[in-house]
Design a protein around this ligand. Structure first.
Ligand code: BG6
Length: 469
């Protein structure tokens, strides 16, 4: 039986800031990703670029100059799609210029043309943790409504320019991470006070919901055939109760609901009832207008793109803490973990797909899934990475089961098919790629590319449209 649809989208995903480098080339302005410092353990962030500090994203893997050969390598795996983001500060260096930077626009013309030449459908994230730094400094990122018209202007520019070549769009990367990682809201200085922090993160998300609705509204006229989606971290929702104690079961549900807020608002068009209680408990009143709520109700998104890396567990009393991989909870004794402590759980992916299908009945795309691990070059010069192949196979088997369950899954893009800079740790050594990049955590290396064993694994899966799984 054929499990994966014949037009299934198979590919990989990156973010501009984690791959392109060229952080000042052709008129690009600094983004919040450009103040992420060195990659040894948890990354730190400066408030401005400091002379003498090492910023891994400044060069990253130089995808900006090497995209042609990199995409050609990926085409060798049979990709029929590729997800990337458009660096906002390449197009509007401070976010506030009246006219866009033509050199930045021309780069993405070339990039999308190359994808099409290689038979890859472009999938674009409009904002992937790379808001122009100036908008952070001046307004405090998405905690301010000032960003909404500036984002709308950015969308108008890129929809007009690329609407005919990019069919799939997602407005914000993982906005449901605002409460666990500052760059989701582009707001470094979130308050320590828990109530104020809840206000800031919910307000930031609300402002992004309005911006999402404006983008959907714009797309209706500027590119009526485009598919407009949202992108959320569903590792945030894959939370098991640590035991069957009712307080753990209920708490796990509450943790999950934190993610469904973003999905409900943007896919159903309204806030779920439980939000009022959260805000009340934290003494928070949001700045929300009736016009904004009407705009949101009238401009819902069509599909849900999501990342899924791991699951976690909830134990009563646990605080809300997480990272790029989702919520961090008590260790799950039934699961193994990666070098970075991320618990590997393919069944959790099938679970998430089914929850999305049950709650939203919308098309869904797994736009990030992958294994960040250390790789070593063997004496034969190759990288033998059976653990990565195993992770890939088991997650795709789970995805196949989800499709058999009736889930409307339209695509799968592995995170970081070529090694890139880690968002959460700033490291190169946390590698996801099927293609190795010779560069270390301090920036040394030739940047040469080479195929790992897992390259062949994914190539075979795509070639057989998943039938070999
Ligand atoms: C997702 C982000 O949260 O996780 C990516 O969208 C990120 O930008 C990915 O790279 C993996 O996280 P990390 O910290 O291992 O790079």
């Amino acid at each position: 039986m054929t499990v994966f649809p014949t037009d299934f989208l198979w590919g990989g995903a990156i973010a501009a800031n984690q791959a392109e480098g060229a952080w000042q080339t052709d008129g690009k302005g600094p983004s919040i990703a450009d103040v992420t410092t060195h990659g040894i353990g948890k990354s730190e962030h400066d408030k401005a670029v400091v002379s003498g500090h090492y910023y891994p994203n400044h060069e990253a893997i130089d995808f900006y100059h090497r995209y042609q050969t990199d995409l050609t390598l990926m085409a060798g795996m049979g990709f029929n799609c590729f997800r990337t983001s458009i660096a906002w500060s390449r197009i509007y260096p401070t976010g506030e210029e009246d006219t866009p930077n033509e050199a930045g626009l021309a780069y993405y013309d070339r990039l999308f043309a190359k994808m099409h030449e290689l038979g890859m459908t472009p999938i674009v994230t409009i904002s992937h943790y790379e808001t122009p730094l100036a908008l952070h400094d001046k307004y405090g990122g998405w905690t301010s409504k000032k960003l909404i018209p500036l984002y709308e202007k950015f969308c108008r520019t890129i929809f007009t320019r690329y609407g005919h070549v990019v069919p799939y769009w997602m407005t914000f990367n993982e906005m449901n991470n605002t409460h666990t990682i500052w760059y989701a809201a582009a707001a470094i200085d979130l308050a320590d006070d828990p109530d104020e922090r809840v206000r800031q993160t919910f307000q930031a998300e609300h402002n992004m919901y309005v911006a999402n609705a404006k983008a959907v509204q714009l797309a209706k006229t500027l590119m009526p055939h485009a598919h407009m989606g949202i992108m959320l971290s569903l590792s945030q929702a894959a939370v098991y109760p640590a035991t069957c104690a009712p307080a753990n079961v209920f708490g796990a549900m509450q943790m999950q609901r934190r993610t469904w807020v973003s999905a409900d608002v943007q896919l159903k068009g309204h806030y779920p009832a439980f939000v009022a209680r959260i805000l009340r408990d934290h003494h928070v009143t949001l700045d929300v207008t009736d016009d904004e709520l009407a705009l949101i109700a009238e401009n819902t998104s069509e599909f849900l793109g999501f990342s899924y890396y791991r699951s976690s567990t909830y134990k009563a009393g646990m605080g809300l803490y997480g990272d790029t991989g989702g919520v961090k909870g008590a260790p799950n004794p039934y699961l193994e973990a990666t070098d970075w402590g991320w618990q590997i759980d393919p069944l959790g992916l099938r679970w998430m797909c089914n929850l999305v299908q049950d709650r939203y009945s919308c098309p869904m795309m797994v736009v990030e899934n992958g294994l960040g691990m250390k790789d070593t070059v063997a004496p034969d010069g190759r990288i033998h990475d059976p653990a990565r192949s195993d992770y890939l196979i088991k997650h795709l088997q789970a995805l196949g089961e989800a499709i058999k369950d009736g889930c409307n899954v339209i695509g799968y893009t592995w995170w970081g098919p070529i090694d890139i800079v880690s968002a959460g740790d700033g490291q190169m050594s946390k590698r996801y790629g099927f293609i190795y990049v010779d560069k270390d955590d301090t920036g040394n290396g030739t940047l040469a590319r080479s195929k790992k064993d897992s390259f062949d694994t994914y190539q075979h899966i795509i070639e057989t449209n998943g039938e070999c799984l």
